[in-house]
Design a protein around this ligand. Sequence first.
Ligand SMILES: NC(=O)c1ccc[n+]([C@@H]2O[C@H](COP(=O)([O-])OP(=O)(O)OC[C@H]3O[C@@H](n4cnc5c(N)ncnc54)[C@H](O)[C@@H]3O)[C@@H](O)[C@H]2O)c1
Length: 454
Amino acid sequence: MTRTTKSNFASHAGFNSPWNPSGDRSGDRLGDRSDNASIQNKRRNFLKSAAATGAIATTLPLSSALASAFSAQSGNESASSTEGAYAGPQLNIGIIGVGSRGAGIASVLNDVPGMKVSAICDTLDFRLQAAKAYIKHEGYKSYTDFRQLLDDKGIDAVVIASPFSMHANMAKAAAQAGKAIYCEKTLSYGIDETRELAKAVSSSGVIFQTGHQHRNSPLVQQVRNYVRDGYLGKVIKIESQWNRNNNWRRTVPDPALERQINWRMYREYSGGLAAELCSHQIDFVNWITDSHPTRVMGMGGIDYWKDGRETYDNVNILTEYDTGLKASYTSLTSNTKDHRRMTLLGDKGSIVMYDDKAYVYSETRPEDLAGAVVDGVSGATMKAWQQQKGVAIDADGQDSTAYALAAFRDAIVEQKQPISSLKSGAQTAVVVQMALDAMDSGNTQHWRKDYDFV
Ligand SMILES: NC(=O)c1ccc[n+]([C@@H]2O[C@H](COP(=O)([O-])OP(=O)(O)OC[C@H]3O[C@@H](n4cnc5c(N)ncnc54)[C@H](O)[C@@H]3O)[C@@H](O)[C@H]2O)c1
């Protein structure tokens, strides 16, 4: 790493650098590069809104008794790490796999102070060429063999954005090469592979971040705080969906490339929707509970797209935690009503979280609020509350990838493991495999003691 001069990396409260897209929307939504351009527009919106709001604060009233408690919440676990101008070292980043997600991440990195795209790698030349359009940094090297990128002593850290089945081998090699690692979700394919990866990374001591970027979203962090601080009361059920209405296939320029380009369709490389989409939501529930499910059930099928694919297009997963909490996950590619949504159901209130917004609802009846003295609650909000409408949580829900990459940088500079860690990534990868096994076999899967390997 090289030192850099002070740059304009501002706090979460008011980014003033031109942040780029969160690839969660690009790759996961369509797996299509064209999304990167639309996300660039969103980044501009993000900049405007961040500048306008000036602060990520909580103004959410749940009831008169809870209103002041909410306003006291800071709600952002990683705020301290990015406050003030960045004056740390400049890190040279290598990106392995510059398809949809890798190119999206490169684009985000253009504007993360202290992080420079210094190398990219892909086995497809047209992907290396296409990635050029997303990278502002000059002088980066291009590789077709990721081992050569890892041999490059000038590279401090790598982003692994290759297909799911390749993560573990690449991450193990990167750990051996002493690089800090940002490895896309789902961390690794299967329990044995995950165990081996965890062992290799732990013994190497490198900084490791799993690409569950929503852990770094201020909005998601705020939702977690509310649940953990008891404002929803006892939460015994969480319902999740991540649906879309498209066939998830990509156009293939040469039939010989079908499996490489449409790897998500094939079990050899992919866990399908469970690994690609549900994993983010499973990871969130693991995070709010600071645990993992004790048992997992599932039902999946290829029920809509009869086109030779091997991964399910109708995914239904049910998990149970040791507190009794049950969480369900649905993922479809034949209906997109409400697209991505999580509903957290407590005996005092609920939160419904969408792509980049979340609303809280009270279980308190309007008549119970009559005459209540409500501090800090505007008339309009109170009216909405009395009418049992949702009240928006005031925290940034966009650009989680930008937050996640800044957190990765800070983790490297401060030499402390990130919130989305090896352990959390490994636990989620185990649950994804349990879900796949449950759907394939029709049998309930139980968490085993030997799954506690990190
Ligand atoms: N966190 C998120 O929100 C998010 C969003 C999208 C994708 N992802 C993840 O990112 C990963 C990549 O997804 P994608 O949509 O970009 O896939 P993609 O197919 O668009 O890109 C993967 C790239 O890896 C390249 N590749 C394959 N083998 C390689 C090798 N041996 N060396 C170097 N490059 C190689 C492919 O040629 C391709 O260009 C997946 O794990 C996916 O789950 C995460």
